[in-house]
Design a protein around this ligand. Structure first.
Ligand SMILES: Cc1cc2nc3c(=O)[nH]c(=O)nc-3n(C[C@H](O)[C@H](O)[C@H](O)COP(=O)(O)O)c2cc1C
Length: 197
């Protein structure tokens, strides 16, 4: 059986989701996968980013991480998404890229991908579950197969108990969260391999 291919795709303004994505990528590699760590393309004018110190610092710190392409989606057996909540849904940068996948969807090239997602927000009840479930419903249009963590491991309870995908408040991504992200990534590798075989 060939090596399972995983793309970890994130968007991050202030650094939370890039940290989650890096940990997910490391866990997927540890589970034996061939991994690409990529980010959703920025859509906001550079002048806006330059005007916010934290945003600019995160942009500079992640400049070496490539932007996701359609080829990454086609290549991958499984996709791990790490996204921030914006007004109760995934950031528009995420939505904009997903909206660009129409031709791939039309050709059936996104069907049968295993997918899983995590989300962050400023508030514990600020829309993280809606963000993950909203993303999953778009991915189901691709014919993707959702691989949620459920309560399949005790680490999920310790990290806040979200069965849809790991969620955190900005600034509170901790050791329990890291364990849950690693579990979710390894579970994605396992099921991506089964689906692709
Ligand atoms: C335009 C905008 C809308 C946001 N909407 C929400 C929201 O609906 N609920 C919430 O709790 N946090 C909201 N936030 C906070 C972000 O979710 C938070 O900054 C993000 O999850 C941090 O992730 P990052 O460090 O990877 O950028 C919003 C932030 C911005 C800039």
């Amino acid at each position: 059986m060939s090596q399972t291919k995983i793309a970890v795709v994130y968007y991050s303004t202030y650094g939370t989701n890039v940290e989650i994505a890096k940990d997910a990528a490391a866990a997927a590699r540890e589970a034996g996968a061939d991994v690409r760590l990529v980010k959703f393309p920025e859509t906001v004018p550079q002048a806006v980013i330059d005007g916010q110190e934290g945003w600019k610092a995160n942009q500079d710190a992640t400049a070496d991480i490539p932007e996701v392409t359609h080829d990454d989606l086609v290549w991958a057996d499984g996709l791990f998404f790490a996204v921030p909540t914006r007004f109760g849904q995934a950031a528009s940068q995420v939505r904009a890229f997903i909206d660009s996948t129409g031709p791939l969807w039309f050709e059936g090239k996104l069907a049968n991908k295993a997918v899983t997602a995590t989300a962050s927000a400023s508030n514990v009840n600020g829309g993280v579950e809606a963000t993950i479930l909203g993303l999953y419903s778009s991915l189901m249009h691709w014919g993707a197969i959702v691989v949620p963590p459920g309560y399949a491991d005790q680490c999920i309870f310790a990290a806040g108990g979200n069965p849809y995908g790991y969620t955190t408040k900005q600034g509170e991504y901790d050791e329990a969260g890291k364990a849950a992200v690693a579990f979710q990534a390894k579970r994605l590798v396992e099921f991506s391999g089964k689906i692709a075989s």
